[in-house]
Design a protein around this ligand. Structure first.
Ligand SMILES: C[S@@+](CC[C@H](N)C(=O)[O-])C[C@H]1O[C@@H](n2cnc3c(N)ncnc32)[C@H](O)[C@@H]1O
Length: 295
């Protein structure tokens, strides 16, 4: 493992630094309150997990009433995450992963997939602003030397990337995969998620990859979309569905790898045949131009 690097080693223009600092003020994360729905626990509930409480189950039930396929969609999203990590580790030659918006541990975590072929090769840092997610992930990772978790808010890229654990395990001077899977829809438009994502793109070395999946309401009726959003009213974060065009804009300046920004089950499916499940997530992977292995 390399020994880390100082913040001054990060190649970042003054312009992008001030842009990032403007955009990321006053972020507030969830606490351990179980009386209101928490987005990590609602997702855990959809995936059939046990780390959720009555308020989370009520929100999940409302969501399922509006979008009956939401649980299938959550599983499809996890399957996309697994395919994306396998692609990055095996085909793109990536050995550093930063998974932002980790979620509560469930089958097929990033480090399990990325380290499947060689446990020493891939380094993984998980980042989430939810202290419960951090505690559970710490318990999962134990005393791993190659995977760790930090509590951090994705809306503050500078703080997130400056954390000692991140700097020890991730060398931003080398290609990295930054995963923003099923998390950007918890960032409201007024917080300018595009500028936030631009900051991560600026900070990535050439040859790095950005992975995004994002909720959409484009294929729902107006009524279902309204009810789905209402399910998150009062939750730890509101859900903001976006169009394919808005999701594609997150990849501006990157080369989007084939097949582009598509419905989650259509991203390099493992099986031939019609895509299953409701179309409520878009997903894509972009690569910052540079040396290495474009795919
Ligand atoms: C729906 S889960 C997604 C989990 C995993 N990425 C996946 O796709 O299976 C969203 C996670 O993002 C986290 N999250 C939401 N907003 C965040 C923010 N601003 N900063 C860091 N984590 C955030 C939540 O706490 C939750 O654990």
């Amino acid at each position: 493992m390399h020994s880390g690097f100082g913040p001054c080693d990060v190649p970042l223009s003054i312009a992008s630094r001030s842009r990032s600092q403007r955009a990321f003020k006053a972020a507030k994360g969830p606490d351990s309150d179980t009386s209101t729905a928490d987005v990590a626990r609602v997702y855990d509930c959809l995936l059939g997990g046990k780390d959720n409480f009555a308020a989370d189950r009520q929100a999940a039930a409302k969501l399922l009433a509006a979008v009956p396929g939401a649980a299938v969609a959550a599983r499809e999203n996890r399957a996309f995450l697994a395919r994306a990590v396998r692609f990055l580790a095996r085909e793109a030659g990536i050995c550093q992963f930063l998974d932002i918006g980790t979620g509560l541990p469930t089958a097929g975590s990033v480090h399990e997939i990325a380290q499947a072929d060689d446990p020493r090769r891939a380094r993984v840092v998980y980042a989430d602003y939810d202290p419960v997610v951090v505690r559970h992930t710490e318990a999962l990772l134990g005393d791993s030397l190659t995977a760790a978790v930090v509590r951090a808010d994705l809306r503050q890229p500078w703080d997130l990337l400056a954390q000692p654990t991140v700097r020890t395990l991730i060398n931003l001077a080398q290609p990295v995969a930054i995963l923003l899977v099923a998390v950007l829809h918890f960032v409201e438009d007024r917080e300018d998620p595009w500028t936030i994502v631009d900051c991560y793109k600026d900070l990535m070395a050439p040859g790095s990859y950005l992975v995004i999946s994002h909720v959409t309401a484009e294929h729902l009726s107006a009524d279902a979309a309204r009810q789905a959003q209402a399910a998150y009213a009062g939750a730890s974060a509101p859900a903001v569905p976006r169009t394919r065009e808005q999701v594609t804009r997150f990849f501006a300046g990157l080369d989007v790898v084939s097949p582009g920004v598509v419905n989650v089950p259509e991203w390099r499916p493992d099986h031939i045949g019609p895509a299953r499940g409701p179309r409520v997530f878009y997903a894509g992977i972009g690569r910052k131009a540079g040396p290495g292995r474009p795919r």
